[in-house]
Design a binder for this molecule. Structure first.
Ligand code: ADP
Length: 721
């Protein structure tokens, strides 16, 4: 058996599981991504806020310094040009200024004093060109990173002008080292992975929360500078100076123009997402694994259950009985995993039981049928459309001397020999014979052929039916050897009897006629001399001899009906009746009978016998009349079954119902010869003639009601009246 490829239950379940889990996994993924986005934005905002806080702290720090410097700028020591006193004041205010040093520049930019050097020591030139702007603008200045000319290290500075009489007389500058600025960054307690940096207006790193030594003085990238200059605050994905992907956020001071930049490694931001995605993945995988395991186990259960069901179903298909293993009520090797499987198993079991019962009934009825066929006395041969033997019973084996094995599949023609001059098949022949028998009442007997070559007479009947669109014949054959022999013997003995009757009646006639002659001679010659008693005896003897003569005549005619047969010819019954009436002329005149006739048919028959038939019936109608002249009517009518019914009706003495059958038997008379003359052979002869012509005869009558004698005779096919 082959099936078109189909997906297995397991693959269907996998698709089902994926269809159930994937949409939820995608939805959860979407939610997590959305969370990540908002988290990220929140973190970025946090980072920017932190940067803002830090730059404010830096600004505050610078403002403290600037305020301190502004307080020094109004020192009276400067008005009085008491620089030594000012040196003292400046040195004392260093902690308050939170600065490294304080320097005083003259209106021309020359350094007058620097707290890093003892008062009066020679001063180098000022290197922080930005500080010179204080003198020019009269405004405080925050100087970007520069290398101090006195200390020789990097630093930033805050400068304020000293205004005397409306003019910038000096500038006081406080320098702040990167370390001091770093303190501001460190005070913010940034997360360990974060890096904070203070960047001046030139884009140079002024302080850094980590690796300060390495990075102070390093310039940020041109793009970074551009960004710093372009915006007050922003955040962007960059590669950090350490070379790792990071988020860079900054906030710039409106006061100093410096900015605090915070570098947050991207891993800090994506870490959350990574963890969420990881757990989602793990959960999805776990769920998938679990569901696959569940689906697989379910699939295995279904597959196992189906496999368990396949075997009994196939067995059932093959007609095998399904045995349920005890104590299970179902024909399954294991307990089914599903109620539906149990129901299916139950249905299979029921079907098997029904099938078993049906098989038993079938086997029983087949057995009975085969017993009937086998015990049949007649040979039963079943044939297919081509006349080949499909079934051959025991009687057929015996009849034809052929075993069933030999006969099956062979042509039936070997048992029903084909006539060389007849192209019809044996079946046609059997059929045709059946028709012929129905029509004429006689047919040539069929012949069977035994295996040994011996032919024997058979009676055969055939019937047919259609099975699966093909004709099937059933042929019943009976050996009629015995019957034919008995029939032949009967015919022979009948013939012998007829011969005997014929010879006896024929041979009796001569001596009877002689006796009659002698009696007449005796009466004529010696009549006058004899006494009346003797004459009466002679007369009685004559009557007896006459009766005997009639009897022998009738017997002779009776014997001739079958004995001296002539082939049937077409006979017009009207002519037959006319001939009969001529023959009976004397009796008709004597009885003054009135005979009328309707139109009679043309039939196939023996003319002389039909004349005899009409003569006997008409003679009886005249003989058994009432005291008045008889009225006789001859008529015919077509009957069913393709026969004519011809009737002779009289108004005579009638016949009681009890005698209606007996009168057709030979020698049966209802009257004495004294009452009515007769031999009792007439109607027996009529019956014999009618039967020889394939018909039957009967009477309808009642005492003193007249009688109607009717007989049938087959119509000539297509014949006419
Ligand atoms: P037979 O006439 O020689 O006696 P049949 O065989 O012709 O013998 O008739 C048998 C008997 O049937 C007759 O004896 C008679 O009683 C009765 N029978 C025959 N034909 C008629 C008839 N037409 N009417 C009344 N009875 C009849």
């Amino acid at each position: 058996m082959s099936f078109t490829p189909m997906p297995s239950i397991r693959s269907r379940l996998v698709v089902l599981v994926l269809a159930c889990i994937l949409p939820s996994a995608i939805m959860v993924g979407g939610l997590i991504f959305h969370d990540y986005q908002s988290d990220r934005e929140r973190i970025i905002a946090n980072v920017i806020t932190t940067a803002r806080t830090m730059i404010l702290a830096v600004d505050q720090r610078l403002l403290v310094t600037r305020s301190g410097l502004s307080a020094l700028a109004v020192s009276p020591s400067l008005r009085t040009r008491n620089f030594a006193s000012f040196y003292e004041e400046a040195t004392a205010s260093l902690p308050e200024l939170n600065a490294e040093s304080v320097a005083l520049l003259g209106a021309d930019g020359e350094m007058i004093l620097n707290t890093l050097k003892p008062f009066g020591a020679p001063m180098p030139a000022n290197h922080a060109s930005q500080l010179a702007q204080v003198l020019q603008s009269g405004q405080p200045v925050f100087a970007d990173l520069f290398t101090g000319s006195v200390a020789g290290n990097r630093r930033v500075a805050v400068g304020v002008p000293v205004i005397h009489d409306g003019k910038v007389a000096y500038s006081i500058n406080a320098s702040i080292t990167p370390d001091r600025l770093q303190t501001i960054l460190l005070q913010q307690r940034l997360p360990a992975e974060w890096v904070g940096a203070i960047i001046d207006n030139a884009g140079t790193i002024v302080a850094r929360s980590r690796d300060q030594e390495r990075f102070v003085g390093v310039k940020v990238s041109a793009a970074g500078i551009e960004r710093l200059n372009g915006q007050r605050e922003s955040a962007v994905e960059v590669k950090s100076l350490e070379g790792i992907p990071a988020l860079s956020a900054f906030s710039r001071s409106g006061m100093s123009g410096w900015a605090v930049a915070l570098i947050v490694p991207s891993s800090q931001l994506t870490g959350e997402l990574g963890r969420s995605a990881f757990w989602l993945g793990m959960a999805t995988l776990l769920l998938l694994g679990f569901t696959f395991a569940l689906a697989s186990s379910l699939g295995n259960n279904i597959i196992r259950t189906i496999r368990d069901l396949i075997e009994p179903a196939v067995a059932l298909g093959g007609g095998a009985p399904l045995a349920a293993p005890p104590p299970s009520p179902l024909p399954l090797p294991r307990k089914p995993a599903f109620r539906e499987a149990a129901q299916l198993g139950h249905a299979l079991h029921q079907a098997a039981l029904l099938l078993g019962a049906a098989n038993n009934a079938l086997t029983h009825s087949e057995g009975r049928l085969s017993t009937i066929l086998e015990s049949a006395m007649d040979a039963v041969i079943v044939l297919d459309e081509d006349h080949r033997v499909l079934m051959f019973n025991a009687a057929a084996e015996r009849l034809f001397g052929c075993s069933r094995q030999e006969a099956l599949g062979t042509s039936v023609a070997q048992f029903l020999p084909h006539r060389r001059d007849d192209p019809a098949t044996p079946i046609d022949f059997v059929n045709r014979r059946g028709d012929a028998t129905a029509q004429t009442g006689s047919a040539e007997p069929l012949v069977g052929l035994r295996r040994g070559g011996e032919e024997f007479p058979i009676d055969a009947a055939i019937s047919q039916f259609v099975e699966n669109g093909r004709r099937i014949y059933t042929l019943l054959v009976r050996d009629v050897t015995e019957r034919v022999r008995a029939h032949d013997e009967l015919l022979r003995s009948n013939l012998d009897l007829q011969q005997f009757a014929f010879v006896a009646s024929h041979d009796l006639r001569t001596p009877l006629r002689s006796v009659m002659g002698y009696l007449q001679l005796l009466e004529r010659r010696h009549g006058p001399g004899l006494d009346p008693k003797a004459l009466d005896l002679i007369h009685r003897a004559s009557v007896a001899v006459q009766t005997l003569d009639h009897l022998t005549d009738d017997l002779l005619r009776y014997a001739r009906v079958d004995g001296q047969v002539k082939p049937f010819t077409t006979i017009d019954c009207n002519e037959v009746l006319a001939d009969t009436l001529k023959l009976m002329d004397a009796a008709i005149v004597e009885s003054a009978a009135s005979i009328s006739a309707g139109r009679l048919p043309v039939v196939l028959g023996d003319r002389a016998q039909l004349v005899q038939l009409f003569q006997n019936l008409l003679a009886n109608s005249i003989t058994y009349r009432e005291a008045r002249p008889p009225q006789i009517r001859v008529s015919s009518e077509p009957g069913p079954d393709a026969v004519w019914t011809i009737s002779v009706a009289d108004d005579g003495i009638g016949i009681e119902l009890v005698h209606h059958e007996r009168i057709f038997e030979i020698f049966k008379r209802l009257h004495t010869t004294q009452e009515f003359p007769g031999t009792g052979i007439g109607l027996a002869l009529c019956r014999r003639i009618v039967e020889r012509h394939g018909g039957r005869i009967w009477v309808t009558s009642a005492a003193r009601q007249g009688s109607t004698f009717s007989f049938t005779i087959p119509m000539i096919p297509g014949g006419h009246r």
